[in-house]
Design a binder for this molecule. Structure first.
Ligand SMILES: [Zn+2]
Length: 376
């Protein structure tokens, strides 16, 4: 799910230390919701309001709905943090909200509790707004707001409890299979395939609706189904990939032929001799035989060409002590997750502060290809 919405994000601040962001796609659903609420829901409930009040209440209700979604995600996050599972961010986007959990839950029990926390918050909100309705019965706009929020939060509970990963219900399902089989990867595969099944079901139901009188409603359901299927199949591939890498360590896939260059070498020399000459993409910088840093193509690109003759390797290297790194006996899968987390494409492999090689995404793919060719 994360690939779809990490980039176009407007930061809103932090709650419990977690950065809260608004994806650009949120504005689309905000406009659509406001328009629907101001154009149909409120006029149908209350016929005598001035036109501007419909729009004001439409927008206010849409914002309250997203506040409810945010509380739902915070519900997941609080429990995750309790289990020491990091929460990297919460993003509101076109289909609601998503809390980016930074690691897999440590146990089936943790997974279960993190997953149910969101729907429990939504259920609490539904009850709260239901109970509030009689209290504000005399104030039409507040009554309409409470009624809508009670309804929509309850709908959120029902939708999220569909047992297809990565919906909350699917996570609960995964936790149960995980507890029963003691195998998280297998549980992920089963729950994610259930997610794909429900995704298809939504697409099917949506298309059926589209051609039976409710075009826009059907399109929306089909769109949600497509999104669900997409997110679920990503999980299926990830679990399969994880299975292929299981039992293999960084030392098996790392390249130990990283070119080393002296700290005072100019960029011009480096590019001429090693990049155009040797096709290398990554360099270790040494001083007195110690590795002191690393240079990537990306770093070189940041230096204007006319400065290459006067810039030394040491000036643009990433110092070793600042580099994220991995160890030779780390599981490959763990190292890949670290790359994802840190947003890098390669990790120096070190032991006792000595660089033994470089692990890159390309290297992992090559390793997998070799495994397959050997039929291992
Ligand atoms: Zn949830």
């Amino acid at each position: 799910m994360k690939t779809l919405m990490t980039r176009h994000n407007i930061p809103l601040g932090r709650i419990l230390g977690i950065p809260i962001g608004l994806d650009y796609s949120w504005f689309l659903i905000f406009a659509l919701l406001t328009w629907t609420l101001a154009g149909s829901y409120y006029p149908a409930e209350f016929k005598t309001w001035p036109p501007l009040l419909y729009w004001f209440m439409g927008a206010a209700t849409a914002i309250m709905l997203f506040a409810s979604v945010l509380l739902h995600e915070l519900g997941h996050s609080v429990v995750a943090l309790r289990f020491k599972v990091p929460v990297r961010s919460i993003t509101l986007f076109i289909f609601g909200g998503v809390a980016q959990i930074g690691a897999e839950p440590p146990s089936a029990k943790a997974e279960f509790l993190i997953a149910v926390a969101g729907p429990i918050v939504s259920l609490g909100l539904a009850v709260l707004f239901s109970v509030a309705q009689p209290a504000v019965a005399g104030i039409q706009p507040l009554w309409g707001l409470a009624k809508y929020l009670a309804y929509i939060n309850f709908a959120l509970v029902l939708f999220n409890l569909i047992p297809g990963f990565p919906l909350d219900g699917g996570r609960v399902f995964r936790a149960l299979v995980w507890a029963a089989t003691k195998n998280m990867r297998r549980a992920t595969l089963i729950a994610a395939n259930a997610g794909r099944f429900f995704g298809f079901l939504f697409i099917f139901a949506g298309v059926w609706k589209m051609f039976n009188g409710d075009f826009s409603g059907g399109l929306w359901i089909a769109f949600i189904g497509w999104f669900l299927d997409n997110a679920a199949s990503q999980q299926v591939y990830q679990a399969m990939f994880q299975g292929l890498l299981a039992g293999h360590t960084v030392s098996q896939a790392m390249s130990s032929h990283c070119v080393t260059v002296p700290a005072d070498l100019t960029l011009e020399h480096l590019v001429d001799e090693h990049i155009f000459g040797g096709g290398q993409r990554c360099f270790l910088v040494t001083r007195d035989r110690d590795t002191v840093g690393m240079i990537t193509l990306h770093r070189i690109k940041e230096v204007p060409r006319h400065d290459w003759a006067t810039t030394s390797a040491a000036q643009i290297m990433l110092p070793l002590e600042q580099l994220k790194r991995t160890a030779p006996d780390t599981q490959l899968w763990t190292a890949l997750q670290q790359m994802d987390r840190d947003g890098v494409n390669q990790l120096p492999v070190t032991r006792d502060n000595r660089v033994l090689g470089m692990l890159s995404r390309e290297g992992v793919i090559t390793f997998l290809r070799t495994l397959r060719e050997l039929g291992a």
